[in-house]
Design a protein around this ligand. Structure first.
Ligand code: CA
Length: 221
């Protein structure tokens, strides 16, 4: 299956050039002109790599990357127009994988994409869990979980970084962004129902850990 590349770039002409070059190289490129829309698209269906312009009209590429890293480890290749931006990409730990300065040759971008994908970390070992992000389904110990929308997003977020402790505030912001009718106990309530669904499959294993006063993590054996 060809690898999906999301291009986040507000300049149509640049996006078109990249779409063409990447499609020619056998990738499956998609285009998004705003940072906010890109984040939604990535949450809905994670691409294999994101090409991210620093200068976007709504959020800066840096901000997009920062928010992205809360829920995803997808490789990011920055497009930048100014040397000052390069300093930030290199100097700050914003989780970028590489950058290309404008003007660039589309072939160079395609070559960088290929290099990044080749060295990209293999998917986090999610022992016992099988993710199908496209269908928004997660199987656990071979059994397909019957999850609500929020339970799915919650589990997917935790599974993206096994061992990392997510605070309630982080989970609220990632999973319940834009949702109405949330309460203080929303995260805890959903963790509880999620746990009982996991326990129904494997009573002994308890992959979701509570960190009292802090938040939750998924621990994988
Ligand atoms: Ca731009």
């Amino acid at each position: 299956m060809s690898q999906r590349i999301l291009i986040v770039e507000d300049e149509r002409a640049i996006a078109d050039t990249l779409l063409y070059a990447l499609a020619t190289e056998g990738f499956e490129p998609e285009w998004c002109d705003l940072g906010g829309k890109a984040l939604e698209a990535i949450q809905g269906r994670e691409p294999d790599l994101v090409i991210l312009d620093v200068g976007l009209p709504d959020l800066s590429g840096f901000e997009v990357c920062r928010r992205l890293r809360r829920f995803s480890e997808v490789p990011v290749l920055f497009l930048t127009a100014r040397d000052a931006e390069v300093d930030r990409i290199v100097g700050l730990e914003i989780g970028a994988d590489d950058y290309v300065t404008k003007p660039f040759s589309p072939r160079e971008v395609a070559a960088r994409v290929r290099t990044i994908l080749r060295r990209a970390r293999p998917a986090q070992a999610s022992r016992g869990f099988q993710m199908d992000a496209a269908a928004r389904r997660i199987a656990y110990q071979g059994a397909l979980l019957d999850l609500t929308r929020f339970e799915y997003d919650l589990l997917r977020t935790l599974l993206a970084h096994p061992g990392r402790i997510f605070t309630r505030a982080e989970l609220m912001e990632t999973v319940w962004a834009g949702a109405e009718d949330t309460q203080d106990r929303t995260v805890d309530t959903h963790i509880k129902t999620l746990r009982s669904k996991l326990r129904a499959v494997a009573p002994e294993a308890d992959p979701i850990q509570t960190h009292r006063g802090v938040g939750y993590s998924v621990e994988l054996p």
